[in-house]
Write a protein that binds this ligand. Structure first.
Ligand SMILES: [Zn+2]
Length: 194
């Protein structure tokens, strides 16, 4: 079996897993899925799709909780860390593709598909980094405002958000779902108030 077949096998597996996730989402939420469902399943096309939380409605930017949350991102240099993450990942992918490409004499299509697979896996890794930053910002923000304000901000988010499972969020979003964020705050900060 050549490495080309391994790459195509992984690609088929990716399509299968993404399709299964979409079906699970529809079953779980009871809602029809959004118009991007098909794009998410198609390899390479799904690389062009921005993370879902960028296109979803942001929470009220004027709320004290949202402001404190944004301050925390700045204070902990989250943006720069994200940029360093991508710089490191892209260099690693380039080095890997270069050496594997030469070693196995891969064609352009195989190199492109291999790049896609590595990029898709890195995105999930990136979301783990983002989630930990979002939780850190939430924890900081929760200390700056009253519990009532936190509760209101979280409940508004939950009401506005398209319901997603945690697995979906890890694959496609830079933000945990509002339910995950509320749960995190409940565990870490305010066991009595929620
Ligand atoms: Zn944030």
């Amino acid at each position: 079996m050549t490495i080309g077949w391994v790459i195509w096998g992984f690609l088929a597996l990716e399509v299968f897993l993404r399709a299964a996730l979409e079906i699970a989402e529809i079953r779980k939420s009871g809602q029809k899925n959004d118009r991007f469902a098909l794009v998410r399943i198609i390899p390479l096309l799904n690389d062009l799709l921005p993370p879902e939380s960028l296109s979803s409605k942001p929470q009220d930017p004027e709320s004290a909780f949202a402001k404190a949350h944004e301050r925390a991102h700045q204070k902990f240099h989250h943006g720069i860390i994200r940029q360093f993450f991508w710089a490191g990942i892209l260099i690693a992918i380039a080095v890997f593709l270069g050496s594997v490409g030469i070693l196995f004499q891969l064609g352009l299509v195989e190199l492109l598909l291999l790049f896609h697979l590595l990029f898709a896996a890195s995105r999930i890794l990136f979301h783990f980094v983002c989630f930990s930053q979002e939780y850190e910002a939430d924890t900081f923000a929760a200390k700056c405002v009253s519990k009532k304000v936190v509760l209101r901000a979280m409940n508004t988010l939950i009401a506005e958000e398209f319901p997603r499972s945690p697995l979906f969020a890890y694959v496609y979003r830079t933000h945990p779902t509002a339910v995950m964020r509320k749960k995190h705050l409940t565990k870490r900060q305010m066991p009595k108030s929620f």
